[in-house]
Unconditional design. Structure first.
Lengths: 348, 101, 300
């Protein structure tokens, strides 16, 4: 899912590497150098906070690389929520009942809200939302690759709720224990809402599976298209994820990609059985020895192609986001101009 | 910090949001948002953090106006359970025997 | 990996007693405790048509607002927009249901059409919305201007309808008044910011008002359905002064001029309330109805 930068293991703080604003007021650390007592105190305090499973908070000292990794991870998560509005938003105007329409609008609205909670968390680390948006629309930060797939039928709405939100929940629940406080708190709020999104999607599918032959075929077709991309949401296999160790040491990542992927499969197979759909994997079978489901190989070439920007919807998702942002500039400027005019009037 | 005369930043400044729920005793910091001015910030806070729940008291403060203490002290603990998460719930049926849902 | 790794998830999903809650509208039922039979003194056919008029206005306008999702100028505005679209859709649902119920009262032993039958299986000429709500806004200034006009007008209408002799209409209107007050305020704030923002935004906002204005007159035209429902429906002609005053106050604060220009003509004397719409409406309905019509009789 998120490509994390290569970093070494945490070391002592270097001179000048402590970001402005993070230096505690009373610590007298002007000109901290390598091996300086104050600097290694900060590192030790940071390490201790992590090992005690306590939270790092916005004004705590943290290694530069932790800060930048966290900003990147949170921002990419935020971008995913915002971009994720599009594939589902695609079906709002065509929702085939008014009740489903209401539910879908509320769900997409939630995703906007989740994006904002996450940008808010990233900003506590010193990032600026406008800058993060800029990085997104210019391809310098990513979002979850699943949203580069098209939503082609109304059943896709249900399958996204069931599989994509289901996979997101597997990824996100452990993040409720993220070492970074504002992120963990945002995740608790988000996870509560996502579990209802998943149920809403599943219930739509159940209704369709009890419906007409055409509806059942639609559900099976959507499942066939979204199953493997959902497994890809957990990122490359562990043996191709070099950053995992560092991220786990920093409490940024709580489980490996393969652990989460296995967990998702184990949870989802019985749900598919209840629904009456077949998952498109002939190698899927229960392995009593392992106590888990065995499953087939993910097409990592397709994953890499989509990550690199050649997925079916990458260009269109980005273009939409960029257009909204660019075309909205005159509106944002007008509001700022109005505010400035009237602030001056009040001050006069 | 005042803007230089005649120059307008087109970005909207950051506002921190504090809520006191209907049965709450005091305001709690719940997050932040962007708005062009305080009135807009209040409206956005109502939309984003209270989901239009009535009876919730909202404070918005421009982030630049907040003075924070040294990092040893913790931020106020954010308690999401006080917030209503579902704005307009409706019933739907999921059989009890669907696992993990 | 142990089970308690995911204890957080279990507790999250198990936290509420009721596992069936999801998102939707109308948690508190505004019709709770209200007698939904059609009062004897009321012309049921006229009531059905009247509810379609008001319901279609909301349904169609909500559709246009939904098309702005993921296109708003700032993320915070997405939340606000979705709230407005949801409110109007909620009003539409209740009004369409009322229309179906009133039609059902005309059938012996039968139920009238439900909200979905009415929304998805009527043809263009059977829709009774005003033409104002059919256009796709060319930019955010038009969105703000159209929303201002629509919500100021509808709020004035609903404030009257809260006293309607039809108890269901009264209840729907009472709830709607709170929502429309928010919508009108949201729109007014934006019209003012754009009108009194930058020279560019001022120009766009003034132009937007010019585009919208020809369809304002239609909102205040008397119609035979309203006339057939004394004490039940609200006469739109009587709202012209009040709504005009609200708009003028906003335009003044926005440093905008009230547009001149003639109202858009009718077609052989007919307009939106008669089922004669603009060309845009056909495409709008095609999109709204396409999936439902592809699966007639299906449950969703």
């Amino acid at each position: 899912m998120t490509a994390l930068p290569q970093t070494g293991l945490p070391g002592p703080a270097l001179a000048g590497a402590v970001p402005a604003g993070a230096v505690p007021a009373g610590a007298g650390l002007a000109g901290a150098g390598p091996g300086h007592d104050g600097a290694s105190d900060l590192q030790a305090h940071f390490d201790q906070t992590l090992s005690r499973e306590r939270r790092i908070e916005p004004r705590d000292w943290m290694p530069d690389a932790y800060r930048s990794t966290m900003i990147r991870q949170i921002a990419q998560h935020a971008h995913s929520e915002i971009i994720g509005m599009q594939p589902e938003g695609n079906w709002i105007t065509r929702a085939p009942s008014l009740r489903r329409k209401v539910i879908l609008i509320a769900k997409v609205q939630d995703e906007a809200g989740h994006g904002m909670y996450l940008y808010s968390a990233a900003e506590t680390l010193g990032a600026d939302r406008a800058d993060l948006t800029d990085k997104l629309v210019h391809g310098r930060q990513k979002y979850s690759s699943i949203f580069n797939y098209p939503t082609l039928t109304y059943a896709d709405v249900g399958v996204i709720g069931w599989l994509v939100d289901g996979a997101a929940i597997c990824n996100q629940v452990p993040l409720c224990r993220s070492s970074y406080g504002p992120y963990a708190r945002a995740m608790v709020r988000i996870c509560k809402e996502e579990s209802f999104h998943q149920r809403q999607g599943y219930e739509l599918l159940m209704t369709m599976m009890r419906g007409t032959a055409a509806q059942r075929a639609m559900v099976q077709d959507a499942t066939d298209r979204f199953w493997w991309p959902s497994l890809m949401m957990f990122g490359p296999p562990d043996d191709q994820s070099p950053n995992t160790a560092q991220s786990m040491a920093w409490g940024i990542k709580r489980h490996t990609n393969d652990e989460l992927r296995q967990r998702f499969v184990d949870m989802t197979v019985p749900q598919a059985e209840k629904l009456g759909v077949t998952l498109p994997d002939p190698d899927l079978r229960w392995n009593a020895e392992r106590g888990h489901y065995d499953f087939g190989s993910v097409d990592w070439d397709e994953f890499m192609a989509v990550i690199k920007g050649n997925g079916p919807c990458n260009a269109q998702r980005m273009a939409r986001r960029k257009a909204a942002h660019d075309e909205g500039a005159w509106v944002r400027e007008a509001a700022a101009a109005y505010a400035a005019k009237h602030a001056r009037e009040e001050a006069a | 910090m005042t803007e230089p005369q005649g120059q307008v930043r087109s970005g909207w400044p950051l506002y921190e949001v504090f809520l006191r729920g209907k049965r709450g005793l005091n305001h709690v910091h719940v997050g932040s948002l962007h708005a062009a001015d305080p009135q807009m910030a209040l409206r956005h806070a109502r939309d984003l953090y209270t989901r239009r729940n009535e009876g919730v008291s909202i404070w918005v403060v421009a982030a630049r106006d907040i003075t924070a203490s040294s990092p040893d002290e913790k931020d106020p603990f954010f308690a999401p359970s006080g917030d209503k998460v579902y704005r307009h719930p409706t019933f739907y049926e999921i059989p009890d025997d669907v696992p993990h849902m | 990996m142990t089970e308690d790794e995911f204890a957080a998830y279990q507790s999250l999903s198990g936290e509420t007693e009721d596992h069936r809650w999801a998102f939707g509208t109308g948690f508190t039922d505004p019709l709770e405790g209200i007698d939904t039979s059609v009062p004897d003194s009321v012309d049921a056919q006229a009531l059905a048509t009247y509810c379609l008029m008001l319901g279609d206005d909301a349904l169609v306008y909500s559709h246009r607002l939904q098309q702005w999702m993921t296109r708003m100028p700032e993320l915070e505005e997405e939340t606000a927009l979705a709230n407005i679209a949801l409110d109007l859709l909620g009003q539409a649902r209740m009004l369409l249901a009322r229309a179906g119920r009133a039609e059902g009262a005309l059938l012996t032993g039968g139920n009238g059409p439900d909200e979905d039958e009415l929304a998805y299986f009527r043809d263009e000429h059977e829709f009774r919305n005003v033409r104002l709500v059919e256009a796709l806004d060319a930019d955010f200034a038009e969105l703000a201007g159209r929303l201002l006009v629509f919500s100021a007008w509808r709020l004035a209408l609903f404030a009257r309808l809260a006293e309607s002799a039809d108890p269901v209409l009264a209840a729907i209107a009472a709830k709607g008044v709170k929502e429309l007050t928010y919508h009108r305020d949201y729109a007014a704030q934006w019209v003012i910011r754009l009108g009194d923002g930058t020279p560019l935004s001022h120009g766009k906002m003034q132009a937007a008002l010019g585009t919208i204005w020809p369809l304002v007159d239609e909102l205040f035209e008397a119609d035979p359905v309203t006339a057939a429902l004394p004490g039940v429906a609200a006469d739109p002609a009587g709202l012209r002064g009040e709504v005009g005053a609200v708009l003028d106050a906003v335009f003044a604060a926005a440093t905008l001029d009230r547009p001149g220009g003639a109202p858009m003509a009718r077609v052989a004397g007919k307009s939106g309330r008669d089922g004669v719409h603009t060309e845009a409406f056909g495409y709008l309905l095609a999109e709204l109805q396409s999936v439902a019509r592809a699966h007639p009789g299906a449950t969703w």
